[in-house]
Design a protein around this ligand. Structure first.
Ligand SMILES: CC(C)(COP(=O)(O)OP(=O)(O)OC[C@H]1O[C@@H](n2cnc3c(N)ncnc32)[C@H](O)[C@@H]1OP(=O)(O)O)[C@@H](O)C(=O)NCCC(=O)NCCS
Length: 131
């Protein structure tokens, strides 16, 4: 399993993962999702195994101090084999930042807790319009 920078050729594989997981905000307008993955200040990485995309991570970064991990997904059959850990570690180094903040989805506390971290704040996701 390799971690690679996102390229357009990975997009069909990412879309498949998003559809399987029913992340409908991202499947509703695939072209918008494609723009979001390659927007300025975004580091998008994919986990590839035998030519197939098995996971991806998307991080927003200022490239110096602060980054936000905004999406992380590993295909169900590939979970528990280290892909998520590699994606987070690679995002930390590729972001150029000193730290990454994130909103942890329910059930992911043990996963994120396995990284060196502090846990001083609670998070909010504020909706802009219909998002
Ligand atoms: C969270 C997620 C990315 C983890 O990816 P993964 O490839 O399975 O993670 P890893 O194999 O690197 O797991 C690393 C460690 O975290 C733990 N872990 C991983 N997922 C876990 C979970 N859902 N609950 C509890 N522990 C978990 C494992 O115990 C593992 O430790 P081990 O190696 O000692 O067994 C994956 O489960 C996923 O895509 N979930 C659905 C989407 C999601 O919730 N994304 C996060 C949004 S905030």
């Amino acid at each position: 399993m390799r971690i690679e920078p996102f390229a357009a050729e990975h997009f069909p594989g990412i879309l498949e993962l998003l559809e399987e997981e029913q992340w409908t905000t991202l499947t509703a307008d695939p072209q918008a999702t494609l723009r979001s993955l390659s927007a300025p200040g975004v580091v998008s990485l994919v986990a590839v195994e035998e030519g197939r995309v098995v996971g991806f991570a998307q991080t927003l970064t200022d490239g110096v101090i602060q980054a936000y991990l905004c999406r992380l997904l590993v295909a169900r059959p590939h979970r528990g084999r280290g892909a998520g850990t590699k994606l987070v570690q690679s995002s930390l180094s590729a972001s150029g930042a000193q730290r990454i903040d994130l909103l942890a989805a329910e059930g992911t506390e043990a996963f994120y807790g396995s990284f060196p971290h502090s846990h001083a704040w609670s998070g909010y996701r504020l909706a802009c319009g219909s998002a």
